[in-house]
Design a protein around this ligand. Structure first.
Ligand SMILES: NC(=O)c1ccc[n+]([C@@H]2O[C@H](COP(=O)([O-])OP(=O)(O)OC[C@H]3O[C@@H](n4cnc5c(N)ncnc54)[C@H](OP(=O)(O)O)[C@@H]3O)[C@@H](O)[C@H]2O)c1
Length: 327
């Protein structure tokens, strides 16, 4: 049995935010990057997620160059008080310039970006507003100061940062409380564990691991061999022909543990994250991305699965052996 109805545990968002379901839903693939999408099934997946206790939904202004935020608008309109919507600013790409991948953290950019996101999402306020990436130029004080002003004006409720280091997290938090840190964290990508996870735990910041299934790779060998069409992962180092086979041999270890436990590899990947964040005393709400109800149910069912010390030990060496950088 791999999919069961569970009572979703609750995790507090930041130091003073609401309680949210311990698993969120990544919505990016519903609009871009991961190949062909089925809009009706994606919509059904959003509804099913809410029924199962998922309350945090993750998007960004750049996913589908605004299309992902627009796609979520009707779902939000129907369930505004039941869900937390997280979105992000930072990439300059726009419908006029979809290939402009430059970053912009200037206050004037942030003030314009938030208004565009509010309009596309069709909401009066964004629950969780993240800086997607630092632009390497704008002082953190200026960007976080502008984000704090959005809280004061009521356009945003809580602030988040994505892919910052521990020093940046602490500096930002000193300017305005940071409720969430979104970074890649999975069996294959563990860089944040040494400094960032402890800093977040100390500051009461909720960690929102993105790509907890390694962009699908951790879910099994068949998955990563089957990428076709305009799927962006074909250009990602870990999926390149020279690295993929080596990485798939590591995934075989996950499959072996899953099969012995009677669960799926995706469930092992998520259960690992809950077990590891418990060990590190971090508040964690992973956001696996899926566009399919059956997979959503499978992923949600992983929340109560505990991994044994032996299973954790068997998974321990995998990250160090992965070929290709995370992107
Ligand atoms: N802050 C950032 O910079 C950043 C970067 C990347 C992503 N994100 C956010 O994090 C979310 C999740 O990350 P992600 O989508 O990159 O990667 P992920 O959650 O690690 O993996 C998603 C992939 O796994 C597949 N999948 C999901 N559940 C599955 C299951 N049970 N069995 C088999 N396959 C399964 C999905 O396919 P189907 O959809 O076809 O089911 C999709 O291709 C995104 O949606 C986005 O909101 C943020």
């Amino acid at each position: 049995m791999t999919s069961e109805i569970i009572t979703m545990p609750q995790v507090q968002l930041g130091q003073s935010g609401p309680m949210i379901g311990a698993q969120g839903l990544g919505c990016m693939g519903m609009s871009e990057f991961y190949g062909e999408t089925d809009e009706a099934e994606s919509r059904a997946t959003l509804e099913r997620a809410l029924e199962l206790g998922v309350t945090m939904f993750d998007t960004a202004d750049m996913y589908g160059v605004g299309a992902n935020e627009e796609f979520l608008a009707s779902f939000l309109a129907a369930h505004r008080d039941e869900v937390i919507i997280g979105t992000k600013f930072g990439y300059a790409r726009s419908p006029e310039n979809p290939n402009d991948w430059s970053l912009d953290n200037r206050p004037e950019f942030i003030r314009a970006a938030v208004d565009r996101s509010l309009k596309r999402l069709g909401v009066d306020a964004i629950d969780l507003y993240y800086m997607h990436r630092r632009d390497g130029v704008t002082p953190l004080e200026d960007s976080v100061g502008a984000m704090a002003d959005l809280v004061t004006s009521g356009k945003v409720k809580w602030l988040g940062l994505s892919a910052v280091n521990a020093e940046e997290l602490r500096a930002a938090h000193a300017i305005h409380p940071i409720s969430a840190l979104q970074s890649e964290w999975s069996i294959f990508t563990r860089d944040i564990e040494t400094e960032i996870v402890p800093a977040a735990a100390e500051l009461g910041v909720t960690i929102v691991p993105y790509s907890p299934l390694g962009r699908g790779m951790l879910t099994g060998q068949a998955f990563a061999r089957g990428l076709t069409g305009d799927d962006a992962r074909q250009n990602f180092p870990r999926f390149s022909p020279e690295n993929r086979d080596a990485n798939m041999r590591l995934v075989a270890k996950i499959e072996e543990i899953a099969s012995a436990k009677g669960v799926t590899s995706a469930q092992i990947a998520l259960a690992w994250l809950y077990t590891q964040s418990g060990k590190l005393k971090a508040k964690t709400v992973p956001i696996p991305g899926t566009r399919k109800r059956a997979r959503l149910e499978e992923n949600v069912s992983a929340v109560p699965i505990a991994l044994t010390a032996e299973e954790m030990e068997a998974l321990e060496p995998l990250a160090a052996a992965v070929q290709g950088i995370a992107v």
